[in-house]
Design a protein around this ligand. Structure first.
Ligand code: SAH
Length: 239
């Protein structure tokens, strides 16, 4: 997808980019591919693919949630997807980018010396440590391609305000959904939207899941990562 096609496709989902936002994304694409030659950030190798599979894909969230304002935490942001793209496109959204990988966080910090975005914080920490402390703080938490849904729920739901929303960006999800039902109940949350999306230009199929938090999360969650991975939550854990 060429930059001008990207701009046209975005208009179809009611996103209109200013010239300076277009320039910022062009800098992002160029720097990502340049940096990727020395540090492995993405499997994607061409600007056209960056525009389709990273930039456009990151913005598909806007088709289901009007995330223009409020606070958003991107858990496992990697090279900034979707959080950095959302921060460029929605300057009134307060974005926190979180990743355990120091190399990716360094890339994002260096990128932001070029973009100079005022609405982002960039943090190098494991999700389970961060959300254990930053509880009930965010309007939105998002994760694209980070972990199994039931794991993401335990990592991310504690950071949400009550009635805040966690948005999972996934490929195929049927099996994961079945395995996440008990975790949803234990964490007092429920799926409110499930939307299937085909990217333009046969760019691939995506499933977006929106989970709303209904009540405060018990302080024992998230557990440590080894426990989260090994032991699924059961209905008897509800408290
Ligand atoms: N969201 C990005 C990156 C996906 S790769 C994208 O879609 O392109 C998954 C990322 O999640 C990696 O960068 C990895 O370091 C991070 N990650 C996985 N588990 C994590 C955890 N528990 N805490 C913080 N980051 C984590």
């Amino acid at each position: 997808m060429k930059p001008n096609e990207f701009i046209e496709e975005l208009k179809k989902i009611n996103i209109y980019l200013s010239k300076s936002q277009q320039d910022q994304l062009a800098i992002y694409a160029k720097y990502l591919l340049e940096y990727n030659k020395k540090v492995n950030l993405t499997a994607i190798k061409t600007p056209e693919e960056v525009y389709l599979k990273h930039f456009f894909d990151s913005l598909t969230i806007f088709q289901i949630e009007n995330i223009k304002t409020g606070s958003l935490l991107d858990v496992g942001t990697g090279a900034g997807f979707p959080g950095m793209v959302l921060a460029v496109v929605f300057p009134t959204l307060k974005v926190t980018l979180l990743d355990a990988n120091n190399k990716k966080i360094n890339f994002l910090k260096e990128l932001n010396t070029k973009l100079n975005l005022k609405n982002i914080a960039i943090i190098n920490q494991r999700a389970e440590e961060y959300t254990k402390i930053h509880r009930e703080q965010f309007d939105y938490v998002v994760s694209r391609a980070v972990a199994d849904l039931r794991i993401l729920l335990e990592l991310n739901i504690p950071a949400l305000k009550i009635h805040g929303k966690f948005i999972a960006m996934k490929g195929n999800i049927t099996e994961e959904l079945k395995n996440a039902i008990a975790t949803l109940n234990v964490l007092h949350s429920q799926i409110v939207i499930q939307k299937e999306i085909d990217l333009p230009k046969n760019g691939g199929h995506r499933t977006l899941i929106v989970v709303e938090k209904q009540a405060k999360t018990n302080l024992i969650y998230p557990r440590n990562y080894a426990k989260i991975k090994k032991q699924s939550l059961k209905e008897k854990n509800i408290c």
